[in-house]
Design a protein around this ligand. Structure first.
Ligand code: E4P
Length: 217
């Protein structure tokens, strides 16, 4: 499973890219607002940090304007994945952009039927929002299972990008189900490395090692 980080904060992206475990980045208008920076400036900088797909979201709601926005965003770098919403106009734009060889991430997916439509429109990525479904007492990870089953039934190449991740358990479940990508907030990505028994075990080994008086180097 690929790991994308869900942020427009370049400091966080640099820190995670340094681990060698970062496969891409997703942003959205709210994350751009949070960064306090201009969209074209920050997206260009992110594309220079990460080789993998960097999602940049359109904001128009009609097909013609969305297509223009998507083409402009795609010109920033060849690793841009243009994000479009799961609407009729969004899927028309998805088909047009992927037809031009541009990666498209269809966002705001909340049902398996929507995911089926996105795959038929040629989406590179489908972004089901698991956390926002859990927030309203619906089964976010159940949606990922359904989409996996449907895409495998028909051999769709659209990658399932699990979005709106709130906990490390979401990441674990996504991997169990066989999702292609998880886009993870930086704070949760950092939690994935941690286990109290790792810290405790390492401390005990290092304490004993010090007592040997030896050195490896
Ligand atoms: C990423 O592509 C999505 O926009 C993001 O994961 C949404 O997360 P949120 O529900 O925490 O805002």
């Amino acid at each position: 499973m690929k790991f994308f980080v869900d942020t427009a904060d370049t400091k966080e992206i640099i820190e995670l890219a340094d681990t060698g475990l970062l496969d891409g980045v997703t942003t959205n208008p709210s994350l751009i607002k949070k960064s306090g920076r201009k969209i074209f400036e920050v997206i260009e900088e992110i594309c220079g940090i990460v080789d993998g797909p960097v999602s940049a979201e359109t904001v128009a709601t009609d097909h013609a304007t969305m297509l223009k926005e998507g083409k402009k965003l795609a010109k920033i770098s060849n690793n841009i994945a243009v994000k479009v919403p799961l609407t009729v106009d969004g899927l028309k734009t998805c088909k047009a952009l992927t037809g031009d060889g541009i990666m498209v991430n269809v966002t705001l997916c909340f049902s398996a039927n929507q995911a089926l439509l996105a795959a038929k429109a040629g989406a590179t990525f489908i972004s089901p929002f698991v956390g926002r479904l859990d927030d309203i007492s619906e089964d976010g990870m159940g949606l990922i299972e359904d989409i996996r089953l449907i895409y495998d039934n028909y051999g769709f190449k659209t990658e399932i990008l699990v979005a709106s991740i709130r906990t490390p358990l979401h990441v674990l479940e996504a991997a169990r189900i066989g999702a292609d990508v998880a886009t993870i907030p930086a704070s949760i990505m950092r939690q994935l490395f941690k286990h109290p028994l790792t810290d405790k075990g390492l401390k005990a080994f290092l304490d004993d090692w010090e007592k040997t008086g030896e050195s490896i180097l």
